[in-house]
Structure formats: C-alpha cells, structure tokens
Design a protein around this ligand. Structure first.
Ligand SMILES: [Zn+2]
Length: 74
C-alpha cells in the first residue's frame, strides 16, 4: 500500500454524494473533473451484485474508492 495523500472524511463524503447521484465530481482540492472508473461486475468473481466506483484526480492523484449500491434488476 502506498502512502499517497488521501482526502479527508468530509471530502470523501462530498465526492461520494455526487457519485451516488450519478454525477462526476470535481476534485475538492483541485476543482478539476475526476476520472471515474467502474470496478466490479462478474469478471472479478465477487459473487454478488456489487460495483465500485474509483475516482482519481488527474492533478493531485488522490483517489477515492466507493462501494455503490445499485438496484438489482434481475
Ligand atoms: Zn486533486
């Protein structure tokens, strides 16, 4: 594990709220659009419906990883 800088709990909560609403957040530090990567689905063998959203700031390289609960439609 790296010791890369992290967002504060408050910053993570703000980013998460935007992601949960379906938006793409800006970095709370840099005010630039963060890169959103979807992690999950069946390919990682998690065995249940789950998706993670990984937000990376292209400027300061802080990142935040969230479990996003989505409605299952199957
Ligand atoms: Zn940043």
């Amino acid at each position: 594990m790296s010791d890369a800088a992290q967002y504060t709990r408050e910053e993570q909560a703000a980013v998460r709220a935007i992601v949960a609403a379906g938006g793409t957040p800006d970095c709370p530090r840099c005010s630039v659009a963060m890169t959103l990567r979807h992690i999950g689905g069946g390919s990682f063998g998690l065995g249940y419906a789950r998706q993670r959203e990984w937000l990376i700031c292209p400027t300061c390289h802080r990142s935040a990883l969230f479990d996003i609960k989505r409605g299952t439609r199957n």
